[in-house]
Design a protein around this ligand. Structure first.
Ligand code: SAH
Length: 352
């Protein structure tokens, strides 16, 4: 009976060693294969292992976890990739160039079940979780595409802000962070990773205890529970006060300040009343607020705050003593926001 093929990139070093032993091969082959995977290579492309071993691997494993099927480049240099998974599902990632290096934004799920009113990723619900190796492969594949490998990394930072809710796929995301920071692999430290959550409080506590000190980012989008509930269904499960306790605990346990993501929606969360409430909640806290103007999503009836109003909102927060940045909207012209490109693809607008 033909069993379902597996994903080689899911294997941590120890499991890969066991596999190689099972195949009756010398154990140093495991290290070679691990490095090949983290260099973004498919099994068929691994030139330093025998064709016999490749054949054995290909009987049990997919040749590659993902492949890039489309690349879009924005006027500002941002690149967006559409990846195809072995089961035909598609996900997306975005590469942003900053002064200090390249940041890749990756997806953690196919779709999302959080239902935020402004987000394209959630429009078709959750299809499935990504495995740890699939999330890793988004990074290793793009790192290779732009000329990097494990000794000369081109990707310096990773943000889990693509499609999906990372803490709704907790075990695989933790597995991914362990693979990502393996010294023998691509070796990107959790300190260079930002994990963004809509606020799954129990998992925020778990994350504080695993010893993987990522930059924790909370998607707040409103300082009022009743208003937050209107745009983020998850707010029915956890209040802002419960979320703040979990964030403070994260700081206490890891020593890492946390971040708030605040997408400015015209007339919804950009009022003086919101600014004042934000200052009441967060003044003196070890946090930084990232403002971004909402990327309007075709299917949703919400508009981004104007540039002028966004600047005023930022100044107001700064005058209250909060640490704030108004981020540039990158890749606006290439469906930069969460899940937009995948959405277009699924709708059939996938011409090159
Ligand atoms: N599920 C996670 C991470 C994915 S979304 C989370 O909720 O944090 C990454 C960020 O983009 C989140 O802050 C999300 O609220 C925001 N976002 C989603 N759609 C957006 C849009 N159309 N414009 C601006 N920000 C958006």
């Amino acid at each position: 009976m033909q069993t379902e093929k597996m994903i080689l990139a899911d294997l941590v070093s120890e499991n890969l060693k066991n596999l190689i032993e099972k195949y009756g091969e010398k154990s140093f082959r495991a290290g070679q294969i691990f490095r090949n995977i983290h260099n973004g290579k498919a099994i068929s492309e691994m030139t330093d292992i025998s064709s016999g071993l490749k054949e054995k691997l290909l009987l049990d494993y997919h040749d590659t976890a993902i492949e890039i099927i489309k690349t879009l480049t924005s006027k500002d240099g941002t690149q967006k990739y559409l990846f195809k998974l072995h089961d035909g599902n598609v996900i997306e990632g975005v590469l942003m160039n900053y002064k200090y290096g390249n940041t890749l934004c990756v997806s953690t799920q196919v779709g999302c079940r959080m239902g935020c009113a402004f987000c394209a990723s959630t429009l078709g619900g959750l299809i499935r979780n990504l495995s740890s190796g699939e999330i890793l492969s988004e990074i290793t594949t793009v790192n290779r595409l732009i000329g990097g490998n494990i000794t000369k990394r081109q990707i310096t930072n990773v943000v889990l802000m693509g499609s999906g809710e990372p803490l709704d796929n907790y075990d695989n995301v933790i597995g991914f962070l362990k693979l990502l920071s393996d010294k023998n692999g691509i070796n990107i430290s959790p300190r260079n990773v930002s994990l963004s959550t809509c606020g799954l409080v129990p998992k925020m506590y778990d994350l504080a205890n695993v010893g993987l000190p990522v930059n924790l980012t909370l998607s707040l989008h409103s300082p009022f529970d009743e208003e937050r509930r209107k745009i983020m269904p998850v707010a029915n499960a956890y209040t802002i006060s419960e979320i703040i306790k979990a964030l403070d605990n994260y700081f206490d346990k890891t020593g890492r300040r946390y971040y708030l993501e605040y997408s400015l929606i015209a007339g919804v969360n950009d009022t003086d009343r919101c600014a004042l409430e934000l200052s009441k909640l967060f003044k003196g806290k070890p946090c930084h607020i990232n403002l971004i103007r909402l990327n309007s999503v075709k299917e949703k009836n919400l508009l981004g705050t104007t540039d002028k109003k966004a600047n005023e909102f930022m100044k107001k927060l700064t005058s209250y003593g909060l640490s704030v940045t108004l981020r540039r909207r990158m890749g606006d012209d290439i469906d930069g926001a969460c899940g937009q490109l995948r959405r277009r693809y699924i709708e059939g607008d996938n011409a090159d």
